[in-house]
Design a protein around this ligand. Sequence first.
Ligand code: COA
Length: 327
Amino acid sequence: MYGSRIAGTGSSVPDRILSNADLERIVSTSDEWIVTRTGISERRIAADGETTSDLAERAGRRALEAAGVDPIDVNLVLVSTVTPDMFFPSTGCLLQDRLGALHAAAFDLSAACSGFVYGLSVADAYLRAGVMRNILVIGAETLSKVVDWKDRTTCVLFADGAGAALMQRTTGESRVLSTHLYADGSRGGQLIIPGGGSRHPISQKVVDENLAKIKMANGNEVFKTAVRAMEEAAVAALKANGVEVSDIDLLVPHQANARIINATAQRLGLPKERIVMNIDRFGNTSAASIPIALDGAVRAGRLKPGDLLLLVAFGGGLTWGSALIRW
Ligand code: COA
């Protein structure tokens, strides 16, 4: 029986650091408010002209290198992003060219902060079905380009970065055990970029009213929904595989807010040492957050063969999901 495994990971963030003190000069906020409410101390922001594909390319190359896979052997470049370089060509196609993945298909996937788990699930299905051997899944964002820098309720949260995983067909025991994906479009308005698409094409009105920027209707509601959704997705993964919380060696959750992560872990009963948290340095990088955190954990030696790894995500759409992986 074919399965899929993560053969290598990589990540990349912009050089430019934006601290909470820097934000104090942009909007009416304070380091103390941001740290206590979100756990974020600083985040990375793309340079002028630095694009999602620039970050994605660096992360993708590192994942390929870690896996020891040549770009020519990649069958699919899948980029999860809500901040593509442009509507089309897809960022996946831009990367297919830049990486020299000459035999690969390429597309983008839009599931906001759940994008990496959604992408991993798609890749797992192709690999398990036996139709592909190597898939490069990348979560990459430059949210700084769609943040309203006058809106203090959102601009302190979001940031830029990219993370990648080279997923490979396998017959071994190290493999993705299950993925669970969920969506509730009826609550999509809670996190939205309303303008710039076919409903409100770019116009003076869209620019004047900041409609092509991130809007968050009710942060507190999003907070509560995120905790419940991540718990639901985690429990579904445990149940489907007949494992207990105590069997989980490492949880890599979407990095939206340290309090959301802590509340989710508390509800699950998972101790802090088994949770990867890097939000203090990177903020919320949407689809990039899980693969950046995962790559950090892999490179820090926090995963050994046989470990049980749980990924849980939540984001705009609304979307949420989980993946349970035998490392
Ligand atoms: N600096 C200072 N004050 C701020 C602020 C900021 N950056 N942003 C909001 N405030 C103010 C509010 O205006 C409000 O003031 P008021 O009481 O005078 O009206 C006060 O702080 C409390 O706001 P509230 O929204 O109740 O705070 P909160 O404890 O819910 O924390 C969030 C706000 C946004 C940090 C929190 O709700 C959150 O993280 N939500 C989830 C957001 C998220 O992760 N979205 C992406 C999901 S993928």
